[in-house]
Design a binder for this molecule. Structure first.
Ligand SMILES: [Zn+2]
Length: 97
């Protein structure tokens, strides 16, 4: 593996039918764009947090599931399906009519 290759491991069988790696350029500010198939498989939406873990000369990027899906709060989380929701947002949703 080259140092400039990022391997993104994801869940799900559907990933097997698509390329398992992508070559992307880092821009002047150190940013890369996650390929659309990767965002779809990881169910990443704009403003979602990701966790970047350095493993020697490679990185692993995973969706950070340690925050509220709606507001990003990290305290008092309850799991709702595959996502998390905080008590404050649960209360706001409960007040909806
Ligand atoms: Zn919330």
């Amino acid at each position: 593996m080259h140092n400039d290759t990022v391997v993104l491991l994801a869940k799900g069988v559907k990933f097997m039918a698509k390329p398992s790696f992508f070559i992307k350029h880092v821009d002047e500010l150190g940013r890369i764009v996650l390929p659309k198939p990767v965002r779809e498989i990881l169910e990443l939406k704009p403003r979602d947090e990701v966790k970047i873990v350095l493993n020697g000369d490679s990185i692993t990027i995973t969706k950070n599931k340690d925050s509220c899906t709606f507001c990003g709060n990290k305290d008092g989380l309850a799991q709702f399906g595959k996502d998390f929701i905080c008590k404050s947002c649960v209360a706001k949703i409960s007040d909806l009519k």
